[in-house]
Design a binder for this molecule. Structure first.
Ligand SMILES: O=C(O)CCC(=O)N[C@@H](CCC(=O)O)C(=O)O
Ligand SMILES: [Zn+2]
Length: 330
């Protein structure tokens, strides 16, 4: 296998590869761009006109997405997957990956869309700028299809095991093909964001017009690898090979769509989340349930029909998100 197929090991060990350009046996070019970044160009005559970014490790503790991307890169390097798309493959936050933590300084996934320029300079702001530069160079050619899947893992069980977050965009339209693609990747639900944000998928969607999603992959409790992760790998392989599903699989249930109703934000040190620490994502919430309390008698109570909790987290700084209340989309 070309040594660049070991991008994850190179990234974690901080090594610079001896050769920055290599070829697979099938003639695809692998080009190391810098720490954690590999560009793949299909063999001559194989390019289908798709530019695909797959990223993982924005949060260094989310190991399942890192492992999924590593597996795909190795399969490409071993010529087991023959790319028919240009690929930009990114391990986004090497220092946090080395330490196995979500973040070392600032949350990298809040610094895109240029927000790094207005933040305290540090490793994360520099990395966000670098990732934005690589993406801009990658998406340079007009007229090509642009997709980005930023792989995450919510680090807790979920009633709907795999889900996607669609960033807000002015006049956003999610095509039926992109929804079908998510369903084929064993994604159960889609959350549509209602306002601009500084996530990586928001950046590629709003700045480069890419069809971009944050994908929250299922957990593998106790190392038990659920089938939906293999289904995702199979779908990702098809994206890389530019093979669209021939026709909708009638066995697939439609994607369940949700929208953000409210964001619970910690306002003071007195903030207390009144939910079990191990509550699953997408747990239904009864009307009137007390979710959190904060200074000055502030009470977060469920007021929305069909509400569910997403990303509950008590251990956060003041001003940060402690959870999302989501509701089914009409
Ligand atoms: O906050 C959590 O519980 C972890 C899951 C996570 O990292 N989610 C992403 C979502 C990004 C998006 O809204 O597209 C994040 O918070 O960055
Ligand atoms: Zn994450």
């Amino acid at each position: 296998m070309p040594t660049l197929g070991r991008l994850l090991a190179l990234t974690v060990s901080g090594q610079v590869p001896a050769e920055s350009v290599q070829f697979t046996d099938g003639g695809a070019q692998l080009r190391w761009l810098g720490e954690g970044a590999l560009e793949v160009t299909p063999a001559r005559g194989q390019d289908s006109g798709l530019d695909l970014v797959l990223s993982a490790g924005v949060h260094g503790c989310e190991v399942i997405p890192i492992e999924l991307l590593d597996r795909l890169i190795r399969m490409i390097a071993r010529n087991e997957i023959l790319p028919r798309a240009r690929l930009l493959l990114l391990f986004c936050n090497p220092p946090a990956m080395r330490q196995g933590v979500r973040r070392l300084g600032q949350d990298l996934n809040r610094l895109f869309c240029g927000k790094h320029t207005a933040s305290e300079p540090g490793d994360e702001t520099r990395r966000a700028a670098q990732l934005e530069e690589w993406v801009a160079a990658f998406f340079q050619e007009p007229g090509r299809r642009r997709w980005h899947y930023d792989l995450h893992s919510a680090m807790r069980a979920s009633v709907l095991p795999q889900f996607a977050v669609c960033p807000w965009m002015d006049g956003r339209q999610t095509s039926s093909e992109s929804l079908m693609r998510l369903r084929h990747a064993a994604v159960d639900a889609l959350l549509l964001q209602e306002k601009p944000s500084g996530t990586f998928s928001a950046h590629t969607a709003t700045r480069h017009g890419a069809e971009a999603f944050t994908l929250e992959m299922a957990e593998a409790p106790g190392g038990a690898w659920p089938d939906c992760l293999d289904e995702f790998l199979q779908a990702a392989r098809h994206w890389i090979e530019a093979r669209e599903p021939a026709q909708p699989n009638p066995a697939l249930r439609p994607l369940r769509e949700f929208r953000l109703a409210r964001e619970i934000v910690k306002r003071s040190e007195k903030f207390v989340l009144q939910l079990p620490a191990d509550i699953e994502n997408f747990t239904p919430l009864a009307l009137g349930t007390l979710l959190a309390e904060d200074d000055g008698g502030v009470r977060w109570v469920v007021e929305e029909q069909g509400a569910r909790i997403l990303f509950p987290l008590a251990d956060i700084a003041i001003g940060e998100r402690a959870g999302l209340i989501v509701v089914p989309r009409d």
